[in-house]
Design a binder for this molecule. Sequence first.
Ligand code: FAD
Length: 629
Amino acid sequence: THNIERHEYDVIVIGAGGAGLRAAIEARQQGKRTAIICKSLFGKAHTVMAEGGAAAAMGNVNSDDNWMVHFRDTMRGGKFLNNWRMAELHAKEAPDRVWELEAWGALFDRTKDGKISQRNFGGHEYPRLAHVGDRTGLELIRTLQQRVVALQQEDYETHGDYEAYIKVFAECTVTRLLKDGDAISGAFGYWRETGNFVLFDAPAVVLATGGIGKSYVVTSNSWEYTGDGHALALLAGANLINMEFIQFHPTGMVWPPSVRGILVTESVRGDGGVLRNSEGKRFMFDYIPEVFKDKYATTEEEGDRWYTDQANNRRPPELLPRDEVARAINAEVKAGRGSPQGGVFLDVSTRLPAEEIKRRLPSMHHQFKELADVDITAEPMQVGPTCHYIMGGVEVDADSGAAAVPGLFAAGEVSGGMHGSNRLGGNSLSDLLVFGRRAGAGAAAYVDGLAARPKVESELVDAALEEALAPLNRSGENPYEVHHELQRTMNELVGIIRKAEEVSEALEAVEKLKERVRMVGAAGSRIYNPGWHLAIDLRNMVLVSECVARAALLREESRGGHTRDDFPGMNPGWRRKLLVCSTADGASVQVEEKLQPSMRDDLITLFDRDELSKYLTDEEMAEFDGIAK
Ligand code: FAD
């Protein structure tokens, strides 16, 4: 074996976004020696970009809110495909996690009487998002980092070493998880700057690597979202679920081309912004689906009254769940009623005074001024759908975050189940905190229960090393070209609206791309070589893309973030089916069906019979009637 830099820890956390930091803090608080590894600079995780807020039923703005209402909203949003235990834990624990952040120094916006303010968001019955202007993610990360530093200061006092129990390895990419037999024994990676390799010897790994957006051309995601954690888990023998469900956020910038896909926060609509087509019509009123008919305003007047009187009016349809709004925009553009640059109009300028817009939406004001030379206090924005979030991810135990592989845990966007077929806005930041904490605790408990520490096997390290070096040793395919081809394929053929022929075509293309990925070469040395980094990331992107496409082809219905042109509408036959991806040989993906477990009696009876009957199968309804008696 090469002479590789080596570190030993109890728990390593891959990813320093909200989920990773919260997991690491928990593992350290439980007395575990913890490493945080991230491929970007510390503090520059995706979480930093989150704008709108963290959903938590604190009831500060509307005292009718509570965890049961939040639970119901989350299940509805996910079209009842959610892991209901996760949705339950999330709704119950999110308020405590927000309070905890405040105790650690976060400064949320306040209500007039000094409570943590909460804002409206799509699919949430009451104002529920704790926020800091439209820069909530920044405050969340800042606070968690501050907490890490506080713990390091404690450790200095006790051990004379700031990094005795929690250390950050930034700009370090993990390329393989290592195992001893069935169990996790560590992780292998490289320093982005020097290209030197590094080995982490640890019995427990928490994956918190975020999403997969960079497999699509138009995305709100940044460069590090290459599905690494999804692929690392798959290659280590874990399962991915719900991979067909991708959230296309309805409002990304569409112009200029260089910024296409960059997010326009849903807060714009939550705070009063409306969507219009080229005829000036507020078209969302035409797109209220049957299951939501009684919950949304049917006239503009009622929708407008709702902002000031929510008790007596229904919410405007601009605040339908994201999948509905994205499909509606897509349909308007296709019907020729789009804006000049191929989106629709999102207008807040005629809805709020300029000063109010600048106060509530400072980043949006800045973003449009700087990037598009548009003043949102005076003119409408042009927006269209953008690949934003993946509901699918590592199949985990709800309570502990444990994956199928002993010693492997996952939390945050890389995990699957919590959001079912569609995530509600604001439910990710709260998810990171709730399940980050649980995964950290799960990993700590697992380490405590181990009889012997798994060993790092040198053959696996050698294989990981060889795999990482391979692109440097050949002058084959250009990684940028292969990447672009993959992005185009996924965007065009497995995008917001899907059909069998196109998804099959995509699978054929992905198969060919896999071959090309095996041939990609990166000229130059290991010292800061972005072409090499991309060559390594491509393995992950094609593998994850294959999961998305295979699952999308199998699911012959439309539900949440999966819309099949050839199978419109939800199909009861698919209602309880989860698709589970795995790989036996590390090269090809298998997909199996699995039945979603029945909801616990005390949870299912939180819903009205009428509503349940819109989603559940006859069989399930008969079961429900038995319980409800
Ligand atoms: P991230 O914050 O993305 O962190 C991933 C970490 O993993 C990074 O540190 C990265 O460097 C590291 N990493 C990845 N691969 C590797 C590897 N191979 N080796 C080492 N490290 C690796 N959600 C809400 O609830 N409310 C909002 O208002 C909201 N606004 C959003 C706005 C934007 C523009 C975007 C893009 C998303 C928004 N979301 C929002 C979604 C939410 O921000 C993300 O889902 C969430 O931040 C993901 O957090 P995470 O901790 O799972 O991962």
